[in-house]
Design a protein around this ligand. Structure first.
Ligand code: PLP
Length: 368
C-alpha cells in the first residue's frame, strides 16, 4: 500500500512509522557516545548503562524486579528480541496461541522457527476473548501464547482481570507467555498498561519484549530488549548475539540517556498528543461512514469499511486510495481467515498537519 500510495502522491496512513521528532536528550546522548568513542561491539546483552536503565524502568513503570546482570537482553529492536526468544524457546512443531487480529511479524516469526500459530479471535468492539475458546485451541503441542498489549492493530489493552484469567490458563497448561509491549506508553483514558510479567504466578515463564522505537520515535535505531528469568535469558542472549552481535553501541547510550532523564511529563504528553490524533482521525472516520473501533492504546485504528465498494479489504483499500488519496492497510493482513475483509487499518502516528490533510481528504467520501 505504501508503494501504491506513493504512486499517487497520497497520504500514507498505512505504515507504523512515527514521523515525529526524537527527544533531544536521546539524540544528544547518542552523539556524545560517538564522540566518546563508544562505537564498538558491546557485550552480547547490551551496555551496562542501558541494562541498568531498563531494569530501573521495569521496576518503576512495569512493577517488575529485574537484575540488569541476569534478566535483561538488549537486542535489535523488539523484532530482534522476539525472534531471538522464539529461536531460543520454540522447537519445530510447537504450537503457539496467537490472538487475532494479530501483528503480522508475530505470525511470520513463529513460522520462521517452524512453530505453528494457532488462532484465537478477539471479539470487537472491546476485543474480548473467552477461556472456552482458549481451551479449544490447546493441544499437547501447545508451548506458548503471544500477548500484545497495547495491541497492533486493535489497540486492545489487556485488563488486570483478563490477565489474571490468562495467567491461570497458562499455569494450567504450563505455557510460555511472549508479551510484546512496544506500545506500553501509548495508553488512552480509562486504561492502564499492565505487564503480564508483573503477575507473580506467571513471572517465571513470561518473556517480556519491548523497546524504544515508538516511545522515542527512533524506529531506525533498532533498540529493543527482552526481560525474562535467567533460566531463559542465557539462550535468548546467545541467539541475539548469533544473529545481531549487538545493538548499535552509541544508540544504546542515547536510549539510556533518554530513560534516565526524560521527565514523567514526557510520557504523559505523549499520551495526550496521541489521544488528540486518535480523536481527530476517529471523529473523521465516523463522519464519513468508516466506523472505527476506538483504540484503547497504541496508534492504529481498525475501521469498518463495508460502505466502500469492493469484495475484499484490498479492493476497499484501493478504492479509498483512488477516491481520497489516503493509504490504509487492508484488514486481511491481520487475520488468517476472511474476518478482516471488512476492515481497514489506519495509523495516526503522523505530524498534525499530515493527519489534518488526511482527514480533509477523507471527508471527500461524504460528498461522493
Ligand atoms: N511489535 C509490534 C506490535 C509492532 O507494531 C512493531 C512495529 O510496528 C514492532 C514490534 C517493531 O518494534 P521494533 O522497531 O522495536 O522492532
Amino acid at each position: 500500500m505504501s508503494i501504491e500510495c506513493d504512486a499517487v502522491q497520497g497520504i500514507n496512513l498505512s505504515q507504523g512509522i512515527c514521523d515525529l521528532d526524537l527527544p533531544e536528550a536521546v539524540r544528544l546522548g547518542a552523539e556524545q557516545a560517538m564522540l566518546d568513542g563508544i562505537n564498538h561491539y558491546t557485550r552480547y546483552d547490551g551496555l551496562e548503562r542501558l541494562r541498568k536503565a531498563i531494569a530501573k524502568k521495569m521496576l518503576d513503570f512495569n512493577g517488575m524486579t529485574v537484575d540488569p546482570e541476569k534478566n535483561v537482553i538488549v537486542s535489535s529492536g523488539a523484532t530482534g528480541a522476539f525472534y531471538s526468544a522464539c529461536l531460543a524457546l520454540l522447537d519445530p512443531g510447537d504450537e503457539v496461541i496467537i490472538f487475532e487480529p494479530y501483528y503480522g511479524y508475530h505470525v511470520s516469526t513463529i513460522e520462521s522457527v517452524e512453530a505453528v500459530p494457532v488462532y484465537v479471535s478477539l471479539a470487537p468492539p472491546e476485543w474480548t476473548f473467552t477461556i472456552d475458546e482458549l481451551e479449544k485451541a490447546v493441544t499437547p503441542k501447545t508451548k506458548a501464547i503471544v500477548i500484545n498489549t497495547p495491541g497492533n492493530p486493535s489497540g486492545k489493552v489487556f485488563s488486570q482481570a483478563e490477565l489474571e484469567l490468562l495467567a491461570d490458563f497458562c499455569v494450567k497448561h504450563d505455557l510460555f507467555i511472549f508479551t510484546d509491549e512496544i506500545y506500553e506508553y501509548f495508553i488512552y483514558e480509562g486504561y492502564k498498561h499492565i505487564s503480564p510479567g508483573s503477575l507473580e504466578k506467571i513471572a517465571k515463564k513470561t518473556i517480556t519484549i519491548s523497546g524504544y522505537s515508538k516511545t522515542y520515535s527512533i524506529t531506525g535505531w533498532r533498540i529493543g530488549y527482552v526481560v525474562c528469568d535467567e533460566e531463559w535469558a542465557q539462550m535468548i542472549g546467545y541467539m541475539s548475539d548469533l544473529i545481531y552481535v549487538c545493538a548499535p553501541a552509541p544508540l544504546q547510550i542515547g536510549v539510556a540517556a533518554g530513560i534516565e532523564s526524560m521527565p514523567e511529563s514526557y510520557y504523559t504528553e505523549l499520551c495526550n498528543t496521541f489521544k488528540r490524533k486518535r480523536d481527530l482521525l476517529c471523529t473523521t472516520l465516523t463522519e464519513v461512514g468508516l466506523t472505527p473501533y476506538i483504540p484503547q492504546g497504541a496508534y492504529y485504528v481498525l475501521a469498518d469499511s463495508s460502505s466502500l465498494k469492493g469484495n475484499t479489504s484490498k479492493e476497499r483499500a484501493m478504492q479509498l486510495l483512488e477516491k481520497t488519496g489516503v493509504g490504509s492497510v487492508p484488514g486481511s493482513a491481520f487475520f488468517h481467515g476472511n474476518n478482516g475483509d471488512k476492515l481497514l487499518r489506519f495509523c495516526f502516528a503522523a505530524e498534525d498537519s499530515v493527519l489534518q490533510e488526511a482527514c480533509a481528504r477523507l471527508i471527500k467520501l461524504k460528498h461522493s
